[in-house]
Design a protein around this ligand. Sequence first.
Ligand code: IVH
Length: 671
Amino acid sequence: MDKAAAIKRIKELRASINYHNKRYYQLDDPEISDVEYDRLMKELVEMEGRFPEIDVSESPTQRVGAAPLAKFATVSHLTPMLSLANAFSEQDISDFDERIKRFLGADEKITFVVEPKLDGTAVNLIYENGAFTVGATRGDGTVGEDVTQNLRTIDSIPLAMKKTKDSPLPERIEIRGEVYIETEPFQKLNKRRLKEGEQPFANPRNAAAGSLRQLDSRITTRRPLEIFCYGIGMVSGKTFKRHWDVLQTLRHWGFRVNPHVKQARDIHECIAYYHHIDKIREELPYEIDGVVIKVDEIEIQERLGAVSRSPRWAIACKFAATQEKTVIEDIRVHVGRTGVLTPVAVMKPVKVAGVTVSRATLHNMDEIEKKDIRIGDTVIIQRAGDVIPEVVKVVESKRSGKEKKFVMPATCPECGSHVVRLEGESAHRCIGLVCPAQIKEHITHFASRGGMDIEGLGDKLVAQLVDTELIRDPADIYFLKKENLLNLERMAERSATNLLAAIEQSKTPPLEKFLYALGIRHVGEHMARVLARSFKTLEVLMTATEDDLLAIRDIGPEVASSITGFFGEQSNRKVIEKFRKAGVKPVEKSHPKDARLAGKSFVFTGTLGRLTRNEAKEIVESLGASATESVTKTTDYVVAGESPGSKIEKARASGIKIIDEKEFLKLTGRK
Ligand code: IVH
């Protein structure tokens, strides 16, 4: 291919990739598959490699994400990134003006610039001779994280500054700006996340900050990030008279500057503009949480300086959170992935700060009781940046007496299993193994390494199996057939065979692994071990009463009631029966090879050198012996570490064997 043809093809490819980027990121409506997209990108990378003389600075290849990082490097800012003091009222803004005048002494004429305050995440961009070299987060203001790779994926950050006659390029400059996500793309992003089973972001600010701090910049590329630049830090060989000139020059250099920035002759004009922006904020395509007022004259800014990490010459004027009145028509219950039941208020739709809302989370029963929220109540709701609004309070004067108190359902609206509220928790939970809301989570946990350890059964495959209704509860795993698996997308003969073999192999798990895999609340790996050792078989454990459980050291009332609740649930017993039918037989590990220690009782006192107290206990328990706190008639050994306590005396008096750590290690075969 000659150069002319190459230029033509490169142009085509760039235009096509830019078009598909827009379809994907901005319109959320891709026309081609990821594979096709990757093919275009690959061809462009190759072509640009073959013709290095063709300028790549504006090419989409310069913005693709790079390989994931293990962690971010740190970058010291050349000048600190300060934060702003806040004003919440007209009075606060006037006080700011007064403070400045007092500080300057003379009756000096000062003017201001007012800018919308974007609600995103601050960044520092370093350009050297016009080229973008390093970009960082604010961090603690002095040192931030190097997120250059991620910032390069943002289209509105120029990779090369534009040279103009009036604004030559400085050798080195720090550009300051706010990275954010517009409201609509944010909502689309959240919808996509929900569809893919991921947690939605609470607000655009979190989404922007989270996207920017991705170690894998290929993920950042897929996030609709934007930037507005609002200032500079260090700059070599150039001075500005006014902040306004800085903003205009940034524009000339090719940076995005908010179109609503405005010069103001005095503080009254600032206040008027603050109200104006508050009025139009709903029409803006992005969220703002206030305006920033800055002294325009740079020389005066310098004289004013900073106090406790905020400049005296600028202030953030926050808007009041927007509140609206509406009526709660119903309170429904949402069952989350982990079984938590969240009451959600269904409200008469109302527009709050530009977004129509009809739902608000009421969090939990405590919250409902604290605010005394009832169905039919007129309430004040508020959005403060977050898309999910909250109920601030009930308008009691609007009560007619017909309002209905909400009661948490006794059974799960998704699966009919019992709903319990465990001691010490504010959440109500569904305890059903069969619950469709929790099934993916249940099965992924069940198959995980700490549980049944079924290799190849990760979250993606679990999602496929559940979505195609091949499994509805964890026991269904053992009824999977090869022909079912082969019908799944991307499932080859070999992986199906391997998976079935792994499932088969998991049929005789140690009891403790099986118990852990069931995902009973409060039964982690340690508790599962305690239960397995104490009850030996699943059948015995299933008939244990709360008292039986409480008789075991390590088991408290929360755990006991969680376990009896779980095994008392009819739908769970059915699943366990199904396991049995499938041939799943948990076995209690045949314990102590070292029978000498079975049934022996140990007490530890003082500080051990090589082992922690917990490790020592684990060793003891793994050999079928037990560790207790106090010396009694049944104690067999007291292990004395550094500066032992009174337990030693007691042991001596009762003639109990006292050993040191070295002897303990020998006795337990650790040395
Ligand atoms: S000026 C010394 N201007 O608000 C001046 N900040 O606490 C420092 N922000 O971290 C900032 N829009 O992330 C400035 N037009 C604007 C801004 C803005 C948003 C953020 C920025 C900063 C925080 C202030």
